[in-house]
Design a protein around this ligand. Structure first.
Ligand code: DGL
Length: 264
């Protein structure tokens, strides 16, 4: 056992979306303490330059390290695709990232046409370009920037007519091109699954990477001997630099220790 094993797992996202990953992680790893940083004041990251995304990712990493994180989950596709290479090269702890699950979608499609909804920052990244180049060339990938979706989620407007209309404007053109799988390439989007199912009349597969990230986290903790095996007092602490109520709402029904509103 490693002496760091009883330290917490850190997670960060541009906002509250990464809680979709946190939910999977704490289900699979119930003995782990977690600290989650929601950088909502600076959301969305998706429209920012690579350099800005990198600087924000460094700032978030430093915060979680100060809080004692033993491993960091970059619970944001935009930050992963733009910054994880730098983080791994410059900090001496394991980083787990999240990338759009286009490979699993390409293995499941029957129409040979898949859609991906993600931020501009993710779709334009070098890492995404590399991953999509590895997909079977007979499969058509329709990319769509989900502009405005993160902002509405951060404003607590998930189940609204405004959200439905915006989502329809992105999804219907993809349906017209015969997609049978839709990849959710942003950790905020799992909160839209009900609306997407309604819009698509449940006729397509919706694929996200949350469970895969949790499994990968477990594998890395095991191989690095960092698993917390004995923990009778599991702590889940959340930090947010904007409206705490929106985070409280999204965590309803989950057990956690505290949410702190911070200047950050
Ligand atoms: N949750 C982030 C992601 O996975 C949202 C990015 C943004 O803030 O635009 O990409």
């Amino acid at each position: 056992m490693n002496t760091n094993s009883n330290k917490p797992i850190g997670l960060f996202d541009s906002g509250i979306g990464g809680t979709s990953i946190w939910k999977e992680v704490q289900l699979l790893l119930p003995n782990e303490d977690t600290i989650y940083l929601s950088d909502s004041l600076y959301a969305p990251y998706g429209q920012k330059s690579k350099e800005e995304i990198l600087q924000l990712s460094i700032k978030n990493t430093e915060f979680l390290l100060q809080k004692g994180a033993k491993l960091i989950i970059v619970a944001c596709n935009t930050a992963t695709t733009n910054a994880i290479k730098y983080l791994r090269a410059n900090y001496n702890i394991p980083f787990i990232g999240i990338e759009p699950a286009i490979k699993p979608a390409s293995l499941q499609t029957k129409t040979n046409c898949i859609g991906i909804l993600a931020t501009k920052g993710t779709l334009n990244s070098e890492l995404f370009e590399k991953t999509s180049a590895l997909i079977d060339h007979n499969i058509k990938i329709i990319e769509c920037i989900g502009e405005g979706l993160v902002e509405l989620i951060e404003d607590g407007k998930i189940n609204t007519v405004e959200m439905d209309n915006l989502l329809k404007s992105y999804i219907e053109p993809m349906l017209n091109q015969n997609i049978d799988c839709l990849v959710l390439g942003c950790t905020h989007y799992p909160y839209l699954i009900n609306s997407i199912q309604r819009i698509t009349k449940n006729a397509i597969k919706i694929i996200d990477s949350g469970q895969a990230v949790a499994r990968q986290t477990k594998r890395v903790l095991e191989t690095q001997k960092l698993l917390n095996r004995n923990n009778n007092n599991v702590q889940h602490t959340f930090y947010i630099n904007k409206n705490k109520l929106v985070l409280e709402n999204i965590l309803k029904g989950n057990t956690f220790t505290s949410i702190e509103q911070i200047d950050f």
